[in-house]
Design a protein around this ligand. Structure first.
Ligand code: NAP
Length: 327
């Protein structure tokens, strides 16, 4: 059979409107951007990917083997708008010869800022005290009102000392003189040397930390890592922060731990499921601060993410190694 002529134009489907300045660099592509208020359903996405050469997707899309089959054999590259890729069946993509890319580094500082903000909100009861004002509860300066906890000199436990974990540890080791302990699959010489951090077992971290912040990727190993037994090992005065993925904690166990003062408070940028159902009991607690998954939500960060998504897409369409390759 004669060789097929190389394609000169490519069809791309983008599953959500994203900050799109760098799209102007895709001059050999015809882009269709989903413009529904909600993400496409699995069925809608299966229809839209049919015949595309490239797919730009996000965390809300379930990209599995069946969807790749629905797309067809011309699909070359899946360029994910985000660093976590637990919603993509990477093994299936590799089997189909599809390259998968993500956006590490670009969102590290923005996400660490959100974790830092949640720590301050919990330690100093910022949400509760601010919400008391429109309720008319600020009557006078209160010597005993909204007492929180100092952070300076306390211990920060980082579960998953990767890019975001390190960026958070750097903020609090240098800015607040916090001691840092961490768990990771491997030792982190930079953190040990530059931040005076110490790698410990998870049990030791839970026992000694005043703040426990989770930064692992979601995997079979880390799913529900924070359950009843983990919370029971933490100090009653401690703060739990999750900006990684909602199912790294067991949400019912977290509610019980907060309700029964097993731990003092929690700050979450991620929930299980997302969005959190309005009847979830966590929403009734004043010691739980929840944000709607805004870790990377800055103009600068989201623009950098689009640039990487475009670079990955271009490389994938050209049959080259992706600058930020997952497989
Ligand atoms: P990363 O650099 O890959 O860091 C992940 C870290 O988790 C690595 O250090 C890894 O250890 C560690 N780890 C993995 N499994 C572990 C386990 N079982 N026990 C202890 N540590 C474990 O990734 P990142 O860029 O920092 O991002 C981390 C996660 O944050 C992403 O996967 C994503 O889900 C989430 N995220 C959320 C937002 C948001 O908007 N809230 C934004 C960006 C990212 P080794 O280094 O030893 O392998």
């Amino acid at each position: 059979m004669a060789d097929q002529p190389a394609k000169s134009r490519f069809r791309i489907f983008v599953t959500r409107p994203i900050v799109d300045g760098p799209f102007s660099q895709l001059n050999n592509c015809d882009l269709e951007v989903w413009n529904g208020d909600a993400p496409p359903t699995y069925e809608q996405l299966s229809e839209k990917v049919r015949g595309v050469d490239g797919l730009i997707c996000t965390i809300t899309d379930n990209i599995d083997d069946k969807l790749m089959n629905a797309a067809g054999p011309q699909l070359k590259v899946i360029s994910n708008y985000g660093v976590g890729f637990n919603h993509i069946d990477v093994a299936a993509a590799t089997k189909h010869g599809i390259k998968v890319g993500n956006t590490p580094d670009a969102l590290t500082e923005a996400t660490a800022d959100i974790a830092a903000g949640l720590i301050l909100m919990c330690a100093r009861r910022l949400m509760e005290s601010s919400l008391s004002i429109p309720k008319g509860e600020w009557k006078t300066w209160e010597p005993l009102g909204f007492l929180g906890h100092d952070l300076a000199g306390k211990t920060l436990g980082i579960v998953g000392m990767g890019r975001i974990g390190y960026a958070l540890a750097r903020r609090f080791a240098r800015g607040w003189d916090m001691k840092v302990v961490y768990t990771s699959r491997s030792d982190k010489p930079d953190a040990n040397r530059d931040l005076g951090a110490k790698r410990v077992s998870l049990d030791e971290l839970l026992a000694v930390s005043d703040v426990v912040s989770v930064h692992t990727n979601l995997s079979a190993e880390t799913k529900y890592l924070f359950d009843k037994s983990a919370f029971a090992k933490m100090k009653p005065s401690s703060i739990f922060i999750n900006t990684a993925r909602g199912s790294v904690h067991n949400q019912k166990d977290l509610y019980e731990a907060l309700k029964n003062n097993v731990i003092a408070s929690a700050g979450l940028d991620v929930t299980d499921p997302e969005p959190i159902p309005l009847d979830d009991p966590l929403l009734t607690l004043s010691n739980c601060v929840i944000l709607p998954h805004i870790g990377s939500a800055t103009f600068e960060t989201r623009t950098r993410m689009t640039q990487i998504v475009v670079d990955n897409l271009k490389a994938g369409l050209a049959g080259q190694t992706l600058p930020c390759a997952v497989n």
